[in-house]
Design a protein around this ligand. Structure first.
Ligand SMILES: O=C([O-])CC(=O)C(=O)O
Ligand SMILES: [Mg+2]
Length: 236
């Protein structure tokens, strides 16, 4: 795709995404493995997602979740006459900047749930990104937007005859994990973690402690003796 971009890779005249002001500082190099360890010390429920696929795997996604629940498509329910846009705006509400749009699978994770056209709304409204338990179309177009996208893969075929958006901002199941609207989602190339909003400060602090413990272990391991190496007899 050819499109004009400025030096930051954004279309001319577009403004940078309104991430929460301190996102970079809040995360300060934390990765999903430390955050998953921290969630394990804070809660007993499953909170991690196995690695997802991204049009640009270098982008980390972080922000509060808004959800769109998908269902297997039916032609006889009132939701069939509502559009993706209807559910999108209901989900993101009046203050969309910095939010993470979470799309559940509707039971068909290998089918398209959206693509570059429908998700251009996420760029216009400065969402932090999209986390989809389904496939997406138009990776090239999605890469051109400022937000981070993670999903189950790319596909070319339209999925609207198989799945449909069914509800906005309800708790959804995502690859075996419950995502409650308002939960904080973190996703990088190693996987994702879903953190209850009320636990976020504790989980971030614990994740930093996990990283510090690991750094100390690495230091100790560097100097440990190899027990298979014969020890020299003393006095010789
Ligand atoms: O049309 C669809 O359902 C998905 C798509 O390719 C787009 O949004 O660009
Ligand atoms: Mg498309």
């Amino acid at each position: 795709m050819t499109r004009e971009t400025n030096t930051a890779g954004r279309p001319p005249g577009s403004v940078p995404p309104a991430q929460p002001a301190d996102t970079g500082e809040v995360l300060a190099g934390l990765g999903s493995a430390a955050l998953v360890d921290a969630m394990g010390r804070t809660h007993r429920h499953r909170a991690h997602l196995l690695p997802l696929v991204s049009p640009d795997p270098t982008r980390t996604l972080f922000g509060p979740a808004v959800t769109m629940a998908y269902m297997p498509w039916r032609d006889d329910v009132p939701q069939a006459s509502r559009t993706f846009a209807d559910f999108f705006y209901e989900a993101v509400g009046p203050d969309p900047a910095g939010k993470v749009l979470v799309l559940s699978s509707g039971g068909y994770a290998q089918v398209s749930h959206a693509g570059g056209t429908k998700l251009s709304r996420a760029a216009h409204h400065h969402l932090a990104g999209v986390l989809a338990d389904g496939r997406l179309r138009d990776f090239g177009q999605l890469r051109g937007y400022d937000f981070a996208t993670w999903c189950q893969g790319e596909t070319t075929r339209w999925g609207g005859d198989t799945v449909m958006p069914y509800a906005a901002n309800i708790t959804v199941e995502f690859a075996g994990v419950a995502v409650v609207p308002g939960d904080y989602v973190f996703c990088d190339a190693a996987g994702a973690v879903v953190i209850p909003a009320g636990s976020l400060p504790e989980v971030l602090e614990t994740a930093r402690a996990v990283d510090a413990e690991d750094a100390r272990f690495v230091e100790r391991i560097r100097t440990e003796a190899n027990p298979a190496t014969p020890r020299r007899a003393s006095g010789t």
